[in-house]
Design a protein around this ligand. Structure first.
Ligand code: FAD
Length: 413
């Protein structure tokens, strides 16, 4: 069958769904959202943290990554570099701006999706506390504070007593915490479902269990896609929101393989329990987020294992030990499930957005690594403006694919 659209979005995770929703708001375009439901979809693996500052300074999902890097550095250079190893892994200012603008969109978006579309993605104002056990953690927290003076009003130090009062379940071993006041949480599954259902209500055609297998070209432009299950789709613009699989699609569309790689994350879920955590917690071992239904998500590893989505004892054990150290009561709670997802990693940890030189009819919306839930809202806004050729809320330059050296962008033609 032949279908014709203004925009085809390939990939129906949180990024594709947000693009579909934001593009459908004006109801002036014919849009198709196509998703293959590949194992490892990152959105359904996620913790749902909106940790704009926390993630920008290497906490939350990035914490295990930081630990791994710092252990490697210590191994390579010895204890003399302990102070350097405690330097936070801070992302560039363009990312902070991107993350903070996205974060600010959630309260109105939450109201809008409930009021207009009856979809509640469970936005909760929780804050994020970095729990400090020892001198190294404190040094790391002090480094963070010194590097972001412009965000001082969003930070709060909690001493031992203040932490005990704010989070009674946290271990007495903890010396205090650094809290990020504007970092909150959502349900990631419900967020993707809310965008998707609202897009459907606005007239977007959804094609699930549908694999984009090839890209059509005409006159030097992308002009459509081939699918295994639904035939051919013609379009004026193709959006690549294929998550960890974006390199494969970019190669088909542009002849250039984007440097997007799967980065595996394992995560655990407890059974439901009465409120144990007042806010989200991150330590140097793991993070924890209690959801509105009482379940606690404990995450997450950062592994370079290709498209493998197995769950493994040493990694799960590391998360469990880290969680029990922080919240001893968890020893009495049952684990319900563990799983793994594939983050769409990019070499500099920034998403890849917008056009590619010399290829019309094609836009990137990929490479969101460990913050795609947080940054889905601003990504949807940016792609909506790009398609309508309207001014953007942020400078696109740091996010364009051509920021990578030629060696990273491998041409195949
Ligand atoms: C354990 C873990 C915890 C995380 N925690 C957080 C967090 O707390 N906060 C946060 O902001 N982020 C978090 N992330 C990161 C976040 O989940 C991702 O950045 C985000 O989900 C990426 O969304 P996406 O839509 O790009 O990719 P995905 O959700 O993976 O969706 C891509 C979709 O494209 C489809 N697809 C691919 N190729 C094709 C094709 N050829 N044809 C059709 N469909 C195709 C796939 O089937 C898939 O469904 C976490 C990730 C993991 C793994």
């Amino acid at each position: 069958m032949n279908r014709t659209y203004d925009v085809v979005i390939a990939g129906g995770g949180v990024i594709g769904a947000s693009c579909a929703y934001h593009l459908s708001r004006r109801q002036d375009l014919r849009i198709a959202l196509i998703d293959a439901k590949r194992p490892g979809n990152a959105t359904r693996a996620s913790a749902g943290g909106l940790w704009a500052i926390g993630e920008s300074v290497g906490l939350g999902c990035g914490v295990i990554f930081f630990r791994m890097m710092s252990a490697r550095r210590r191994q390579a250079h010895g204890a003399a570099v302990a102070a350097a190893a405690s330097a936070p892994h801070i992302l560039p200012p363009a990312f902070f701006e991107f993350a903070l603008q996205s974060n600010a969109l959630y309260p109105p978006l939450h109201r809008e999706l409930i009021e207009r579309h009856g979809m509640d993605f469970k936005f909760e104002r929780t804050g994020l506390k970095y729990v400090i056990y020892d001198a190294e953690d404190r040094l790391y927290a002090e480094h963070i504070v010194s590097r972001i003076p412009h965000l001082a009003d969003q930070l709060r130090w909690l001493d031992r007593e203040a932490l005990r009062e704010a989070e009674p379940a946290v271990s007495h071993e903890a010396q205090g915490a650094l809290e990020f006041l504007c970092d909150h949480q959502v349900s990631p599954f419900r967020l993707a479902d809310a965008y998707t259902e609202a897009a459907r209500q606005n007239g977007v055609d959804l094609f699930f269990n549908t694999n984009v297998t090839g890209v059509l070209h005409q006159g030097g432009r992308v002009s459509g896609v081939r699918t295994a299950e639904q035939g051919t789709f013609h379009c004026a613009t193709l959006i690549n929101a294929a998550g960890a699989w974006a390199a494969e699609l970019s190669e088909q569309a542009t002849g250039i393989r984007l440097p997007v790689k799967p980065v595996k994350g394992q995560i655990l879920l407890t059974e439901r329990m009465p409120k144990l955590l007042e806010g989200c917690l991150t330590t140097s071992d793991c993070y924890m987020a209690q959801k509105d239904n009482g379940e606690i998500l404990i995450g997450s590893t950062t592994e370079d294992k290709g498209f493998d989505v197995s769950t493994t004892f040493p990694e799960v054990a590391g998360l469990v030990q880290g969680a029990m150290r922080c919240v001893p009561q968890l020893k009495e709670i049952n684990l319900k499930r563990c799983w793994a997802g594939l983050r769409p990693g990019s070499p500099d940890e920034l998403p890849i957005l917008g056009p590619m030189a010399g290829v019309g009819g094609y836009l990137n919306a990929c490479g969101h690594f460990r913050t795609g839930i947080l940054t889905s809202a601003i990504t949807g806004v940016m792609l909506e403006r790009l398609v309508h050729q309207e001014p953007l809320p942020l400078d696109l330059t740091p996010f364009l694919a051509d920021r990578f050296e030629a060696g990273l962008l491998k041409g195949v033609g």
